[in-house]
Design a protein around this ligand. Structure first.
Ligand SMILES: [Zn+2]
Length: 456
């Protein structure tokens, strides 16, 4: 095997390198002989697009993927869930496979459905029940015969039922690593990449129990102990995969983003309505999807919630019921930028970063939002539902979840050509590094820099 990439979704440096470092001896052993540090994610730092960017060396604008769900080309007011076919460039295992090497790409988002490869590809957590999840398809039956029914994800991980969530999390994690070991052994891929979604689910279900910066945190609580033990099990799985590879294998352990405590949320459409940008047909009694109450004929802008806010101008000729004239578009964006920079927070305006897609990306493929807003370095989420009765709210609108994403994940690289050290790196460096390990040229438009000392 020439390269092994183990993705740990949502792992922040503060846990893997500091607080719980002692629970992860295999990771620390790789660090000791390699290079490691924080890995800067994409903007936005979300699972989709982050893994797609990492595995193509392209930013979200170049891919046209601005989140899990995206505006379809026919526009409208509803976003559509991303699929593997929405990644418009070859992913690193496709480039390596095209060069004649056998590859395995396991559970790397988005891979619903897995695209054909020179080897094996398995679907990610976005795999719907009954949907294809393996390439070649015949693997589905043989893997399920050995490892049980495929578990793409943990059900309802914001449900608040910790014991049930932890059980499912363990079963899923054990299954995915067992499948990875089997494929590593049986298929002998030269490049294998897998993503463990488990730590992301752990954080979304348990963060309020494990982070001292969370408002609800109680030191030494049972779930904090359980979460640390989960990290130890994860590390043991990493160790088994690494030991099964040859000594001259390039090993990368990478995260798509980090995590941090959520301190509150901004009801973005409430803010727009309060300042005359939206009209509703009625005042909702409780949290309600915007589309159930909005009057598009009197709405000039709307926003989609999530870790960050995506703001869309209701533009005439572009949206089905657009009312903002094209000549007023830039003035609307300027006014909206000022509006989202002045959301009232607990101590004055909440700090916000408001980006124009064309200013932050190398391209703006697809249907980018008109503005992208990050509140207080992601301590605050954006909620898109309405009926909260206030702009600043304490809670998310999706269930028990005290975890917001953060820009810094982790990376550890060890093996041939890696110069040991501790230094920050960028998520777009991963694909150039892997191409260098295989002596392959990078295609035009690819960003990032290889971590290997020798040029291909
Ligand atoms: Zn993620």
């Amino acid at each position: 095997m020439r390269a092994l990439v183990i993705g740990l979704d949502c792992v922040p440096p503060v846990l893997a390198f500091e607080r719980w470092a002692e629970a992860m001896p295999n990771l620390q052993a790789l660090r000791a002989r390699g290079r490691s540090g924080p890995l800067r994610s994409t903007s936005p730092p979300i699972t989709v697009p982050a893994w797609a960017c990492m595995t193509t060396g392209r930013d979200p604008g170049q891919l046209g993927l601005y989140g899990f769900r995206n505006m379809p080309p026919e526009r409208g007011y509803d976003l559509r869930l991303a699929r593997s076919d929405d990644v418009p460039f070859k992913r690193v295992w496709e480039l390596v496979g095209d060069a004649g090497h056998r590859v395995a790409a396991l559970f790397v988002p988005p891979s619903n459905p897995p695209r054909p490869v020179n080897g094996v590809a398995l679907g990610c957590f976005l795999t719907a029940p009954g949907a294809p999840w393996a390439f070649p398809r015949a693997l589905e039956a043989s893997l399920e015969a050995r490892f049980g029914r495929f578990r793409p994800d943990v059900h309802d991980f914001r449900g608040g039922d910790e014991a049930r969530i932890l059980n499912e999390l363990d079963a899923m994690t054990a299954q995915h690593f067992a499948i990875a070991r089997a494929i590593q052994h049986d298929e002998r891929p030269e490049l294998m990449m897998m993503v463990a979604i488990g730590p992301d689910r752990l954080h979304h279900a348990f963060w309020h129990h494990l982070d001292p910066e969370s408002p609800a945190y109680r030191p030494g609580n049972r779930w904090e102990v359980e979460a640390r033990a989960y990290y130890a099990r994860l590390d043991a799985e990493v160790g088994r995969l690494v030991r099964a590879a040859d000594d001259d294998t390039l090993v990368l352990v990478v995260s798509d983003h980090g995590a941090r405590a959520m301190q509150g949320a901004v009801a973005v459409n409430e803010h727009l309505k309060a300042h005359g940008w939206q009209a509703w047909r009625r005042e909702p009694a409780g949290p309600t999807p915007l589309r159930q109450v909005v009057d598009w004929s009197r709405t000039r802008a709307w926003a989609e919630g999530g870790y960050y806010a995506r703001v869309f101008v209701n533009l005439e000729g572009r949206e089905p019921r657009g009312i903002v004239a094209p000549q007023d578009y830039e003035r609307a964006r300027a006014e909206l930028t000022a509006l989202f920079s002045s959301v009232p927070g607990p101590e004055g305006p909440l700090p916000a970063r408001v980006d124009r897609p064309e200013a932050v990306y190398r391209g703006t493929r697809g249907e980018p939002p008109d503005l992208m807003v990050y509140f207080d370095d992601l301590t605050h989420r954006a909620v898109g539902t309405v009926g909260h009765g206030q702009v600043l709210t304490a809670h998310d609108d999706r269930g028990v979840d005290g975890c917001n994403h953060a820009f810094d994940g982790i990376y550890v690289a060890a093996g041939p050509g890696v110069v040991p050290g501790a230094t920050p790196a960028d998520i777009l460096d991963v694909t150039p590094t892997l191409l260098a390990a295989f002596g392959l040229r990078r295609p035009p438009g690819m960003q990032g820099a290889s971590w290997l000392a020798r040029a291909p």
